[in-house]
Design a protein around this ligand. Structure first.
Ligand code: P6P
Length: 337
């Protein structure tokens, strides 16, 4: 018997009823992000044809400027969020400063969105999966326009967090604090359909994901953990773990979310705070992975408890299956102190 399709919109409305005083504003915002994702997906899927359709930064056959995909994605997300009427402003990997919306229909918007509109965009030219990452916070100030304080909140304050992965299929995976659900885009009907209800990351995993090219810059604790993963400390681990590193955070974490595993982008010599951005890479992924039963730390404390100083600050991150994160922390405490 054909199981009933539940679309993203239906799911959001159904779940909204779980929140007795939900005003529906957050639901509308999530639906608008889903809409922007469909438009971005359409362009991402044509990326390989850019040479035929007009190289990015040039003009296409219609005389329109062809934007780089990450700029295009940024514009699509901002347009959707502005039109939603539920978003007071946006901070983006693509923008030095946050922007606020002055349109009348956003005057009472109570949310702000922080996003990486197209993370891993350097992978587009080689057809590797990339993603959009987003965090939604409730405003903490009452001024007409949102201010920096509305954005610089700890990750624990997120009301929603998630990503869209543009891969062999396009999926939207998000949480509003009641578990994690995944929706796969069915191009034949143009709808995200519930395909992965109530995702739980396996507590034990054996996939480790780290850019070992930087081995000489890692701490002793991280390198000892890598030896453990490689069964190079026989008394502790008999079988080597498979190394998988795509170089696209959304793709590496999505795989681990489904199969179990750990993703690490640690502090390195010369890069004491790592590379990945706290507000729009680490926090949304940490919120989602914790909601799926995993862990996310900067090596000293939960990512979600870090107090942000500025929008684009970076943080080391160890994220994934709880037992694997606990294990690398044991090595860090033993060897890196
Ligand atoms: P490296 C992509 O540029 C990105 O921001 C993440 O998506 C990815 O995990 C990381 O950088 C890869 O960085 O230094 O290994 O190339």
């Amino acid at each position: 018997m054909q199981t009933r399709i539940i679309t993203l919109d239906e799911f959001i409305i159904q779940r909204q009823n779980d929140f007795p005083f939900a005003s529906g504003d957050l639901s509308a915002l999530l639906r608008d992000i889903g809409l922007a994702a469909k438009v971005i997906n359409r362009e991402v899927n044509k990326a390989g044809l850019a040479d035929i359709l007009g190289v990015h930064g040039s003009q296409n056959v219609h005389g329109e400027e062809v934007k780089k995909l990450d700029v295009f994605s940024n514009d699509m997300m901002i347009n959707a969020l502005r039109n939603s009427g539920q978003c007071s402003g946006v901070a983006s990997e693509e923008l030095e400063e946050f922007i606020y919306f002055t349109d009348e229909h956003n005057a009472n918007a109570e949310y702000v969105v922080i996003m990486d509109p197209l993370d891993g965009s350097s992978n587009i030219d080689v057809n590797i999966s990339i993603g959009t990452i987003f965090s939604i916070y409730r405003r903490v100030t009452r001024s007409r326009n949102c201010v920096q304080e509305d954005f610089l909140q700890k990750g624990i304050n997120q009301v929603a967090g998630g990503y869209i992965i543009y891969g062999s299929s396009t999926m939207m995976v998000y949480t509003t604090g009641n578990g994690v659900n995944g929706f796969t885009l069915d191009p034949s009907i143009g709808e995200f359909c519930l395909s992965h209800p109530n995702i739980k990351i396996p507590s034990k995993g054996n996939i480790y994901s780290i850019n070992q090219g930087y081995r000489l810059k890692f701490s002793e604790g991280v390198n000892q953990y890598i030896r453990y993963c490689q069964a190079d400390i026989p008394e502790k681990n008999k079988k080597p773990f498979p190394l998988r590193y795509i170089g696209s955070m959304v793709a590496d974490i999505h795989r681990n979310l489904i199969k179990g595993g750990i993703f690490m982008y640690p502090a390195m010599q010369g890069v004491p705070n790592g590379k990945l951005r706290l507000m729009y890479e680490c926090n949304p992924m940490a919120y989602l992975v914790e909601q799926a039963g995993g862990k996310a730390t900067n090596g000293k404390q939960r990512i979600l408890l870090l107090s942000p100083e500025h929008l684009h600050q970076t943080s080391p991150i160890f994220i994934g299956s709880s037992e694997m994160v606990e294990m690398v922390m044991k090595f860090e405490n033993e060897y890196s102190g």
